[in-house]
Design a protein around this ligand. Structure first.
Ligand code: ADP
Ligand code: MG
Length: 247
């Protein structure tokens, strides 16, 4: 009945010296879902993102994208295989306009091997960038320098940069960190909107954000999966309350 997973891990393990940041993690994201990862500080959430995006080479275990093994591939290759990530640390070019930021990102994916094809693709890249700017509600800021955007708008632009690479899976690491209440509501709207056409994996501390967005939640604790289920199941899980929700 279930569709086969878009991304899955089998016994994924990451050790830093004697520390097991991830231990035998068996995880799967179903296509078309917004899947949240929660858990206390140090639970292994960022390490998990680092492994699936190729920033870290896992100690052992396997990572599969649509059934194809991608374990240990470099980040550029994984990005070309359609996993995009929006970092907590911004990856915006502040001195470029919004539309340039999006165009650069979309060209970096498609034309990294041929500088010549770059020129022919100019008009196409502009059209695509405008579609992305629409999606992130920044169309009216197309010509604005990224450095002139508000904090919330810059986080939208970061997601636009990730969308411009046309991912199948978008990984968001704490997209509402440092946001005001109204910026957080805008971000919830944005993630919900783009999640209608895209599979999203989101690490998020704000439980209101998690509960209002996630189709499915996985709880990490000490490098292992403590629980997994729907928002309702997770909220009702006594182990989860003990480890996390009570804090
Ligand atoms: P989370 O994102 O859930 O807060 P992390 O994945 O950042 O947790 O960290 C999990 C554990 O791994 C922590 O104990 C952290 O100190 C450790 N850790 C993370 N990255 C490294 C690293 N590059 N070198 C050594 N230890 C690390
Ligand atoms: Mg983290």
């Amino acid at each position: 009945m279930d569709a086969s997973p878009l991304l899955s891990t089998e016994r994924l393990t990451m050790h830093f010296g004697g520390l097991a940041a991830l231990e035998n993690v068996n995880f799967a994201v179903r296509p078309g879902t917004i899947h949240a990862i929660i858990g206390p500080n140090g639970a292994g959430k960022s390490t998990f993102f680092n492994c699936i995006t190729g920033v870290l080479r896992p100690t052992s275990g396997r990572i599969l994208l649509q059934g194809e093994e991608i374990t240990g591939l470099p980040p550029e290759t994984i990005s070309q295989k359609s996993i995009a990530r929006s970092y907590q640390i911004t990856n915006i070019f502040p001195g470029s306009t919004c539309i340039e930021n999006i165009r650069i990102a979309s060209q970096s994916r498609q034309y990294s091997w041929s500088i010549l094809r770059h020129h022919r693709s100019d008009a196409l890249a502009t059209d695509k960038a405008l579609v992305v700017l629409d999606a992130i509600a920044l169309r009216d800021k197309a010509g604005e320098l990224a450095s002139n955007l508000s904090h919330g708008e810059q986080r939208h632009l970061e997601i636009g940069i990730a969308l411009a690479t046309e991912p199948k899976l978008l990984c968001l690491d704490e997209p509402t960190a440092g946001m005001s209440a109204s910026e957080t509501l805008d971000m919830i709207d944005l993630v919900r909107r783009i999640g209608a056409n895209l599979t999203i994996l989101i690490v998020e501390h704000d439980m209101h954000v998690v509960m209002s967005l996630a189709d499915r939640i996985t709880v990490f604790d000490y490098g292992q999966i403590l629980a997994e289920g729907t928002p309702e199941e997770i909220q009702a899980n006594p182990q989860v309350q003990e480890a996390y929700l009570k804090m």
